[in-house]
Design a protein around this ligand. Structure first.
Ligand code: DGT
Ligand code: CA
Ligand code: CA
Ligand code: ZN
Length: 572
């Protein structure tokens, strides 16, 4: 699909127009087109062929013409024209979090800054101080933004890499020479960001398998192609490495290339003490191979339980495996429902009925409709009356379902003063209440922590949504003291969310484990605004596994009655 490419072009046009200080109305119409095309689930090229582009809300004649032009010629004259007098360096500068086109324009005008290295130099020399609109806080944010930007060039969210891997594995499975294929590395460990993607295959004719890999759809650059190894870059921008090994070495190779490096180093030390040796070909006693066909062989030979990949970070999992005390980690199949979703009543795309049908197809028993509340105007938050109407509609829909329930809810805004956006007498009528922060991110640590704790003390609040507010590639979280939040949750019977949206993954694995240790339950929720975002439950389950969570720690593994009992207990 060319959707992503086209959305990026429009976004860039908007950025440059803004940099040049042009008409806001035109800038906004390009931004809107970028968002609409980026969110589109259908193939824009197919719609273009059917002449249906202008049927898409937000796409006018002019925009449609530009899309057709790009699809038929591979170029967009408007884009070329706009880009003519802007350097690539300046464009990169605009991608730094905290640096919008306006700031970039000021920096250029006042200090002649055109690129990242100029900016870093100016920061070091303290030259930003005293410029119009450059407070201390703003300068600090720019410094942080640069650091975040630099890491985001090297690592991407697992949610970006995950669909790539599924596509590649499915394609490799078509090759009859290929016996087994599996993801390894940080992706198999479900780490929240991945540097590169590692895929392992087994089969006799390595060269042929590598060839089918490097010629696959979506490959934009071949970095290496040999008899047992191939390395490519794909259109999503990430590097993918494939290794092909012999069938009887697959288990050992999978163990080796899954890592983490720290986990493997520790295992090798243990092996050495037992007079054994492990490498990517097997486990050996002297020259004799004693295992390695299957990954389990390695752990068994070392006298420990097989360790799920999500735990392999050398954080105590090896000791636990030796004592037979590994957690029985939560699995996707344990999940019975999704506790945070948006419908077309606020800023979601699907109707509630479509959501319910989709959830039933995923074998869920329940789904929470948690639309935004009134203060969040940009997300079309519901007011009191609309929430009541929505409840009636949910009752009506539930009358039609068998063995499935839509649950009444709200993602109620925690306002800057810590109060909630709906009165208690309304919240009382909801099955589950998710409370989140969507504004006032820059509050001081103490203030924002107190604000969240105030919400936790409301008897109707069951889950705190995206608790830190971080966005993996774009924004640090707000300055909340999560330790205090965890304590307040423990004291009141409030759950914390693992938000599965690929750019959030909030809270992270380390905080999950901390929460569990203090007896706080977790809700793994997608925050889906589109049906095709509901698969991200898999990502959240991965994060929860990395936090050593078991099904009993996760409230959306509970039966409907169990979930309701959890919510009710806090109210009493
Ligand atoms: P990433 O790509 O930065 O997200 O992290 P990984 O863990 O995927 O690391 P990567 O791609 O460099 O290597 C994949 C796995 O291969 C790694 O998890 C463990 C194994 N491995 C790679 N190099 C070494 C090494 O020098 N020593 C050991 N023990 N294992 C290694
Ligand atoms: Ca990797
Ligand atoms: Ca690699
Ligand atoms: Zn939300």
């Amino acid at each position: 699909m060319k959707n992503h490419e086209i959305a990026t072009l429009f976004e860039r046009i908007a950025d440059v127009l803004e940099l040049k200080g042009e008409n806001t109305f035109r800038i906004n119409s390009y931004r809107k087109a970028a968002r609409v095309i980026g969110d589109l689930t259908e193939d824009v090229e197919a719609l273009s062929k059917l002449g249906k582009l202008t049927d898409i809300p937000g796409i006018g004649e002019g925009t449609a013409e530009k899309i057709v032009e790009y699809i038929t010629t591979g170029r967009m004259a408007k884009y070329d024209e706009v880009m003519k007098d802007v350097s690539e360096e300046t464009l990169i500068l605009m991608k730094v979090p905290g640096l919008g086109p306006k700031t970039v324009a000021t920096l250029h005008k006042e200090l002649g800054i055109t690129g990242l290295s100029d900016l870093e130099k100016a920061l070091q020399e303290g030259k930003l101080k005293g410029l119009f609109g450059m407070g201390e806080k703003k300068i600090e944010n720019i410094t942080k933004g640069i650091a975040l930007f630099k890491t985001s060039l090297q690592r991407i969210s697992i949610g970006m890499a995950y669909p790539v891997v599924k596509r590649i594995i499915a394609a490799l499975k078509h090759n009859p020479l290929c016996k087994e294929v599996q993801a390894a590395g940080s992706l198999r460990r479900m780490k929240e960001t991945v540097g590169d993607v590692d895929i392992l295959a087994s089969g006799e004719n390595g060269a042929d398998i590598v060839k089918s890999f490097v010629t696959m759809r979506g490959v934009t650059q071949v970095l290496a192609s040999g008899d047992t190894k191939g390395s490519v870059r794909v259109e999503e921008g990430v590097q993918v490495d494939l290794r092909v090994v012999r069938e009887d070495e697959f288990g050992a190779a999978l163990q080796y290339f899954t890592g983490s490096k720290e986990h493997n180093v520790h295992l090798r030390e243990i092996a050495k003490k037992q007079g054994l040796k492990i490498n990517e070909y097997g486990i050996f006693k002297g020259d004799e191979k004693i295992g390695g066909n299957r990954e389990e062989d390695i752990y068994q030979a070392l006298g420990m339980d097989w360790i799920p990949p999500e735990l392999r970070e050398n954080r105590g999992e090896i000791e636990a495996a030796r004592q037979g005390k590994l957690p029985n980690i939560v699995r996707l199949s344990d999940i019975r429902g999704d506790l945070h979703n948006h419908s077309d009543w606020s800023d979601g795309a699907p109707t509630m009925e479509e959501m319910a049908e989709y959830a039933m197809k995923m074998s869920y028993r329940y789904l929470v409709v948690s639309d935004h509340s009134q203060s969040l105007h940009i997300a079309h938050g519901l007011n009191n009356e609309e929430l009541l109407e929505q409840m009636d509609e949910i009752d009506r829909l539930n009358g039609k379902f068998k063995g499935f329930t839509l649950l009444k809810s709200s993602e109620v805004d925690i306002k800057p003063d810590g109060s909630l956006d709906f009165p208690d007498k309304l919240l009382e009528r909801l099955d589950v209440v998710v409370a989140s922060i969507h504004s006032g991110f820059k509050q001081e640590r103490e203030k924002i922590t107190e604000r969240i704790i105030a919400a936790i003390h409301n008897p109707y609040v069951n889950v705190i949504g995206h608790p830190t507010g971080r966005l993996i590639s774009r924004r640090e979280g707000y300055d909340v003291d999560l330790d205090k939040v965890i304590d307040a949750c423990a004291a009141t019977g409030t759950a914390l969310e693992v938000n599965c949206y690929y750019d959030r993954l909030d809270i992270d694995d380390v905080n999950c484990r901390k929460a569990k240790e203090r007896g706080v339950k977790i809700a793994i929720s997608t925050d889906a605004h589109h049906l095709d975002q509901m698969w991200m439950m898999e990502l959240g389950v991965g994060i929860a596994c990395r936090g050593w969570l078991e099904a009993k720690d996760v409230i959306n593994t509970f039966s409907l009655e169990g979930l309701k009992a959890f919510c009710k207990k806090k109210r009493n």
